[in-house]
Ligand binder design. Structure first.
Ligand code: FAD
Length: 425
């Protein structure tokens, strides 16, 4: 190490110690320190791209879990045609090839004035820029009787992992002739077409093994994304098996009695389910609330050119926690937003201004293993903010090539995993 480098570390080390009273850990960096909270689609992509764009920026990624199970393809795991292992990923490549300092711990507090992040394990990290992609939290109690304990009986399975396995187990143990219910919340929530994909793949499994069963979708909305395509798939693949009840016809569930398997709608009618997947109303993840990054909607307002919080400077919020209308809350949106943030952070830490971004999203939904429907959009800035570019996207045609879309969906999954975690599936 030459003298100037040693001096630099001494200087940055001293600055670090003056900022916090408890021990502060972090990599020495020539150009600055970035802390990323959350190692999902948004956070892992941001960490990787910042290091790719400028290896002189130190990046620390804080993620609670040592492995990440994706929600994409989670419904396929429930239906039994994809293995849980194949949608579970680790952080080895980020650590080893990209030099990201990965810490498995929970962030419990953020101080935007001293620019420090406190971890449950007791240590603190200092940042020049903070990127947050912590995902969603649930509005427990918004449906009466639906709390964390109730979700062990009526799984939401909306964060991957053990809940997906639980739902799979329940579905596979269901008696022939039984009723499976999926509830869908009001917008905004993670993965708008997800509840309908779940209903489709429940029907796929049940038609094969328990053909006298029914799937009921109870919706808090009067309509849903790609409705005509889903309905066409249900009619052709699972005739008479899937029923969708809109909010106009009493679809909104307002109470559950989880032990009894009962769901009660806004008109007071009760439905008895053999299996119920209750997807509750959502909000930004807890740490975004703790850090005062949410507004009255429960989500994080951001300046959409850089995803910098409008409430606290030098903190960028991406992914499901952010308000990024008209982009839906999806893994692909989070991945695209992460690249915009990586470019912005690298520009700021090099003394430059960020450029004008362009964003992208595609949502593929499985109606069956070889029958997929999709919707895509490209987003740019116009006079009225972020807008979908006319002609830049599209959706599956009625009677389209659903089999080809199924191939595209599987290929999309491989590519986005490689882009997010730096590894092949
Ligand atoms: C059934 C289902 C199917 C889906 N299918 C698709 C699909 O086909 N395509 C698609 O694009 N999207 C899909 N999605 C949506 C996608 O999963 C989410 O939009 C995406 O995961 C959002 O990424 P994120 O980075 O915001 O959050 P996440 O991916 O949830 O990552 C957040 C991470 O932050 C960590 N974290 C949270 N708080 C802390 C803390 N305090 N300290 C440290 N770490 C913390 C969490 O452990 C988690 O790993 C689907 C969702 C569901 C439920």
């Amino acid at each position: 190490m030459d003298v100037s480098r040693r001096q630099f570390i001494t200087i940055t080390g001293a600055a670090t110690l003056s900022l916090a009273s408890t021990p502060v850990f972090g990599q020495p960096a020539k150009k600055g320190r970035v802390v990323v909270i959350g190692g999902g689609f948004g956070g892992a992509t941001a960490a990787r791209y910042i290091r790719k764009l400028d290896p002189e920026i130190a990046v620390t990624l804080v993620e609670i879990n040592p492995q990440y199970t994706t929600c994409p393809l989670g419904n396929a795991v429930m239906a039994g045609f994809v293995k849980l292992k194949s949608i579970t990923h680790n952080y080895d490549v980020l650590r080893e090839r990209y030099g990201v300092n990965v810490i498995h711990d929970a962030v419990i507090d953020i101080d935007p004035v001293s620019k420090t992040v406190r971890l449950q394990g007791g240590s603190e990290l200092v940042y020049d820029r903070l990127v947050m992609s912590p995902g969603i939290g649930f509005r427990w109690g918004a449906i009466e009787g639906y709390d964390q304990a109730a979700s062990e009986l009526m799984p939401h399975a909306w964060k991957g992992g053990s809940q997906i396995q639980l739902l799979r187990k329940q579905l596979h143990a269901m008696p022939d002739g039984g009723v499976a219910v999926v509830t869908a919340p009001e917008i905004p929530y993670r993965c708008p077409p997800g509840p309908y994909e779940r209903a489709s793949l429940m029907a796929y499994y049940l038609k094969k093994y328990k053909p006298r069963c029914k799937v009921l979708v109870m919706d808090a909305k009067p309509n849903f994304p790609k409705a005509h395509l889903f309905k066409q798939g249900w009619e052709s693949l699972y005739p008479g098996m899937v029923e969708w009840v809109s909010s106009d016809s009493g679809g909104q569930v307002i109470e559950v009695q989880a032990k009894e398997g009962i769901l009660i709608n806004s008109e007071g009618d009760a439905v008895k389910a053999d299996v119920a997947s209750v997807i509750p109303p959502q909000q930004a993840a807890k740490i975004a609330h703790v850090a005062d990054l949410v507004d009255q909607s429960g989500w994080c307002p951001v300046e959409l050119r850089t995803f910098e919080s409008t409430r606290h400077s030098a903190i960028h919020v991406i992914g499901d926690s952010a308000i990024a209308r008209p982009m839906p809350k999806s893994g692909y949106s989070a991945n695209s937003q992460a690249k915009v943030v990586a470019l912005a952070v690298v520009a700021y830490l090099n003394g430059n201004e960020p450029g004008e971004p362009s964003l992208i999203n595609t949502c593929f939904s499985f109606v069956a293993p070889d029958h997929v429907v999709s919707v895509s959009a490209v987003y740019r800035f116009g006079e009225k903010g972020l807008k979908a570019v006319r002609g830049g996207g599209g959706r599956t045609f009625m009677n389209g090539d659903f089999e080809a879309e199924a191939r595209f969906a599987r290929s999309w999954y491989k590519n986005i995993i490689a882009d997010t975690f730096g590894q092949r599936t």
